[in-house]
Design a protein around this ligand. Sequence first.
Ligand code: 13P
Length: 264
Amino acid sequence: MSKKSRLKIVAGNWKMNLHSNEALELVTGISNYLENNDLPDNCQAIVCPPSPYLFLVANSISEELDNKLSVGAQNCYTKASGAYTGEISPEMIQDIGCLYVLIGHSERRKYFGESHEFLAQKVNKALEVDLIPIFCCGEPLEIREAGTHVDYVSTQLKESLFHLDVDNFNRIILAYEPVWAIGTGKTASPEQAQEMHAAIREMLATQYGKETADSVTILYGGSCKPANAEELFSQPDVDGGLIGGASLKADSFTKLIEILNEVG
Ligand code: 13P
């Protein structure tokens, strides 16, 4: 499968930002853009609001945009229900109309100590209820400086994803987010992003075969914004972006959709 026919995505990770009126205003701005601009069938947008606003945001999106704009949660737990105060289950996320869930974001790994094994359990549980995991990987600065970033990411994928059979793996979306580029204004160069995305496809080819490696969507994340998106999105193995800061304003987020549509 060529890059042209892979699913292309701009996903906004709103992290712990916005109040409900701002969340609604943002999703309305994105909806307006998508209602007035045709996207190719294989191009779509996802927003990942904080969990208190998931229902509100999912409900505000009109049915006509079903294939163009979807909602994802930023996290999920590994159980369906029970005495797990404060957690939300994949079943609940799916029940309120979300299609996606971020798993393995570096902020979850760093601040909440999420291990490879715990992330593998989340992936399994999400897939069980037909939620699509957007699985994040990426190395911290010291690993990049030591030159062992490809091995580091390989371990993240092996330990949390490579237990999946090929059919389940084919449902996953990957996001490469070098930790040193997240929220720092310091983006990976297009060459650094391409090098890692190509290396990830090689890992997938070895594990699951070339067809899977060629068809999996791999997003880049880390200080991606309209000013640098064109050179990132035009790399042969970059299929879109997972966007933090620049996803909090409708004009910059929709500009990223426009750029992906043009050069992706
Ligand atoms: P920034 O775009 O703010 O660097 O965040 C990237 C990110 O972490 C998306 O998940």
